[in-house]
Ligand binder design. Sequence first.
Ligand code: PMP
Length: 303
Amino acid sequence: MSLQIYLNDRLVPKEQAVVSVFDHGLLYGDGVFEGIRSYDGLVFKLREHLVRLYESAHTLMLKVPMPIERLEAAVIETLQANRLRDAYIRLVVTRGTGDLGLDPRKCPTATVFIIADKIALYPSELYEKGLELMTCPTVRNHPEALNPQLKTLNYLNNILARIEATNAGFNEAILLNAQGYVTECTGENIFYVSGKRLVTPPPYVGILKGITRQSVMDLAAKSGFQVIETPFTRHDLYTADEVFVTGTAAEIVPVAKIDNRRIGSGNAGPVTKDFIRKFRELTRTEGVRYDPEGAPAGKAARV
Ligand code: PMP
């Protein structure tokens, strides 16, 4: 059976899941999105992801055409329609169809779609060996130009950084802000460990407030770490005991080298390994439970 996609309140086979070439999500990157995971029939931090989506949309004055409860149900229906127990969920709200001008007032209705598919996991050796990162020439978007706290469809800042890292033969890029402070990677937040201190940049330097980031900060505080949000430079990373990155897709990944400097032992450190274990445990015990074999119950299913 073809993958079922939720598109504007209906579940349709992926071949029919198409949007207009006049959609401003496509013409201008005008829209917002979320990447969400489900683990063994539990959607992890679903509410938090949806709240972030509605908040990004609010700042863009983009009206999500349904209440949060309906969108929450739509995510579950999409998982059930595809009988997915472990999934990566992409939820997108675009400004919708308009004309060729960029005026959002010409787009009367937002487009909403949800793709739930099997998760393509990163190779497991990456979680042992660690990533090789480089700081890239492209600086992170200035928060007063396009605030990285908004998870919008305009990801070219990140894509340029990713191209630079790939061209230079590195796994990932670290973006600095215009002042030279470390912000984040192209799709992950960054942390360093120094003794019993866990340090990560504050949102005002220009980062997305990651949901995995918050989970790790909570886990660390419970494990007796002093969790500090403060601006820092590359030097602090080079000289840290351990560095790791976090994100919904990647979860927690150790960092072996940055700009060719070995970090700590050069492999996954004990603190990172402990957080990986605790985070995996959390994702298997906490979340919105659904029956992957159950029939979708909501409005979408009736269409
Ligand atoms: N930073 C950026 C730029 C991201 O796109 C993401 C999500 N892919 C993250 C950080 C991590 O956020 P989360 O833990 O909420 O997935």
